[in-house]
Design a binder for this molecule. Structure first.
Ligand code: GNR
Ligand code: NI
Length: 172
């Protein structure tokens, strides 16, 4: 297992559309294991392949609380097959937009089909934080970040702030 580097915005690699996985083999499982370890270490509740430079349709999620058992979830080639009409608002963050948060409306409940860690087809109905996290990760697979849901003004503010932080780090 290995900790992978998480790409932060602005970076063109975060805009790449991820490719479906052809077979869930040992090489894919190794990437999933590394993604999970990277996500726990960050720490975050979700991670997509594209964020660690692997533009394949791979997602890890764990929305269990600190006082609960770990509940890792691996989603390969996820497809959302149903959305609730009701929208919910949640203050979203992203490991690729460090320390940046914004309220975002999304459908509260989803049904997602995917392949699990063993390549078996699964269907999951999710609400609350799990639904939020899966929708956020699926945006990454389409090359989208949560700031892409905001107005151009708000998005520009966040991205310029991150550019400035990067320039300070490079010159330090
Ligand atoms: O750790 C994360 N927390 C989070 C909080 C609200 C909505 C979405 C997320 S996902 C984020 C990790 C991440 O950036 N995954 O891509
Ligand atoms: Ni994210």
């Amino acid at each position: 297992m290995a900790i992978l580097h998480i790409i932060t915005a602005p970076d063109r690699r975060l805009k790449v559309k991820s490719k479906p996985v052809e077979a869930v083999d040992d090489a894919i499982r190794r990437v999933l294991d590394d993604m999970l370890e990277t996500m726990y270490q960050a720490p975050g509740i979700g991670l997509s392949g594209v964020q660690v430079g692997v533009p394949k349709c791979l997602i890890t999620v764990d929305v269990s609380r600190d006082d609960e058992e770990d509940a890792p979830l691996f989603l390969v080639n996820p497809e959302i097959v149903a959305y609730s009409e009701e929208l919910e608002t949640y203050n979203e963050g992203c490991l690729s937009l460090p320390d940046q948060f914004a309220d975002l409306e999304r459908p509260g409940e989803i049904t997602v089909q995917y392949l699990d860690y063993h390549g078996a087809p699964q269907q999951l109905r999710a609400d609350g934080l799990l639904s939020r996290c899966i929708q956020h990760e699926m945006d990454h697979l389409k090359g989208r970040l949560f700031v892409d849901h905001l107005s151009a003004v708000k998005r520009g503010m966040i991205l310029r702030k991150l550019e400035k932080i990067r320039r300070q780090k490079v010159s330090a």
